[in-house]
Every structure is written in structure tokens, then in C-alpha cells.
Ligand binder design. Sequence first.
Ligand code: SF4
Length: 417
Amino acid sequence: MEEDHSKKFSPSKLDCYKECPKRYQYRYVDRISRARKTGATVLGTSVHSALEFLYERLRAGARPSLEDVLAEGDAAFARDWDETVSHLGDVPKEDWGRLVGECVRRYYEAHSPFKEDSTVAVEARVGFPIEVAGYEYRIEGFVDRLAVAGDGLFEIHDYKTAKSLPPQSKLDEDWQLALYEIAVRTQWPSARSVTLKWHYVRHGQTLTSTRTPEQLARLKGEVAELIQAIKRDREFRPQRGFLCDWCEYRDLCPEFAHVEKIAAMKPAERGRDDGAKLVGELAALDEKKRRLNDELELVKSAKAELDARIAAWAEAEGVTVVAGETAEASVSFKDELRLPTKTHEAERHEALEKDARASAVWSEVARLDAHALIEGVKARRWSGEALAAAEALLARYGKRERTSSVRLRRRRGADEE
Ligand code: SF4
């Protein structure tokens, strides 16, 4: 039984649990550390490094040139891009490197001379305590940049290098920066307002959002519930989703471990794997089942045809049992009243239902139950006007049809014959 012993939670850690408890377990409970570098993550870290350098220098009273900041981005890219970078996709390394420069340049030119606000801290650790079921935990995280734009007017800045720009509704629900807002308000109770700002540097767009005290209180409650769920969890079940494609624990995850193992084998080796052999057998059985089902359907339809021929023959001969060499076929006939149904004779069925609705008997047969209607008349379940109406419906819509059923009966001892 696994158990989480964390005392601190960051928004990304909580997100990890929400997305997949199993991945959370590997990362935060079992503490299996695996770096997951891709072109996109190196772009993110490089741009963050360049902007961190920029604002640190500004805080120190210097104003680095665009070239200085671009050089910092390039240096970070060269440092971060190593042989562990995977999932390259179609975008070559050079293009990612170029993108770092474009993002930094776009941001620098949009915000220079950087007088919109005053930076309080860069890569600032913020946090607040939260009580859950009698225990105290901490929510902690790093704000890309914390700034003030006036007396008590705090701003939380976050740099995003994502390819797509999210709709405003998504940002209004984002909980990472909202949790940082709770932390900022806890650390600076005099804050008059806190604005959440996302800089989508690939698009040169800054998007903002604010939260009401009620929203923050609700969020705190949701986070407490989530922490409680994590603390109670003993199974950490895998939750398959689109993130599985990028998950760094696929080779451990019960959903993918064997898939990965087989994928890594040479085709000739795969057939020797016990699991692969069993699945091969199952697949063969399933195929056989499918073929037999097809065959069964053919047999059923041949039997229905033969039943009809036997019934017709028995009727013509005036017998109810037709004898064969090893079996007998018992044939019975009955006259049944049939009403139009939705699937067969839809129009007449509709007309029948309409008339029935208008009739005095409708309350008895609401949502037309043809069987109930027929059986009701047969059993004289109603009287007076209702019965007359039901009889009128049957007279109008009913059609007498002769049906037959055939039952095969083996003669005793026929097997030995
Ligand atoms: S591969 Fe998917 S299901 Fe398995 S741990 Fe990773 S995210 Fe969860």
C-alpha cells in the first residue's frame, strides 16, 4: 500500500494528481526522478532564464540591452539542450533556438523601457498554510515575477511559451496563479488588489484575470478536498489521457509497461513473450468467435427459412408433427392480433398512437403498449366506453396474422441408431 507523506504541495503537484494519480505516485510518493526534456520544455526554460536575467538586472538598477537578454536566452538554450531531449517531432533544434530569440525580442520590445511596474521579486517562492482534516500543510510555488504597479496593487506575472493562446474563460478558471494570489495576500495582507498576468510570449500577448474573495475561498476549499483525497489514496490508479503520450513513467505504468516492452522488442522476439503469446491465443479465439457468430447467424436464418417450410408443409398435409429419421418437428399454429409498430409500419403506428391518445382509453394505455391493448381487450379489463374504444382501435388497426413456431425434439435413442 502506497501512502503520500507530503507536507507541501505546489499547484503543479496538485495538477499532476488530478491528471493521473499513478504518475503522481511515481513522482511524489516513490520519488522516481526523471527529467522529461522536449524542445518545448527547453524553449520554456530558456525564455524564463532570459527574462529572469532581465528583471534581476533591472532590480539592481541596470537596464540590459536587447542583445544582452538575447545572449542570455541563447546561452540558456545551449546549456539546456542536451542528449536527453526527446520527442523532437518535426521541429529541428535550430528552429527551437530561433524561437527563443523571437520570444525574448517580442517581449523586450513590447515592455521596454520597463516602467509599467516595479519588480518585487523574480522567481519568488510564495506560499500559505492550509489545514486539512486537523493537519497543517503548505501550498508553495514559484512566481515568475512579482511586481507592484502602485500602492498595494500587486501583479503576478507568468511567462508562457505555449503554441496556442487559451480563451479568457480558461484563464478565469486557472488555479495556479489564483493560489499564488492567496499566498501573496497572506504574505502582504495590505494588498489592495492582485492582478494575474500571463505573458504569451510566442504571440506577444498579455492576458489578465482577477479573482473575488469568494472565488479564492472556494478554491481553498477545493484544494483542501484534493489534498484530503491524496492523503486517503492507497491505490493511485492510472488515469489514461492525452498526457500518456508524453508521460515519462510509461515503462512502469501498468497501462503501458507491457506495451512499451513489446514495442522495444524485435518482431521475431515478440512471439516468445508469455504475455504476447496469451494475447495471441485470445486474439485467435476472438477471431474464431467472430467467425462462429457469423456462421451462427447464417444457420439461424437458414433455420427460420426451414421452419417456415416445415410449417407450410405440415399445414398443407394437415399434420402437427412432421417425422424425420432421427427427430420429429412439432408444428403449432395460432392466430394473433398484430398492431403496427414503430419499426414496422411507422406511419400507421403514429396514427394508431394519435387516435389512442384522443380516445377515452388513453390513460390506461399511455405510451402505447400494444401488448397491453390487445391483452386488455382479451381479458375484458375495461368496461363501457373504455372497452368500446379499445375494441374500436383493435378493429381499426389490428391485423390478423397466422404465425408458427417449430420446436425440434430428438427421438430417444436416436444417437445410437
Ligand atoms: S502513462 Fe498515462 S496512465 Fe500511466 S502513469 Fe503516465 S499518465 Fe498515468
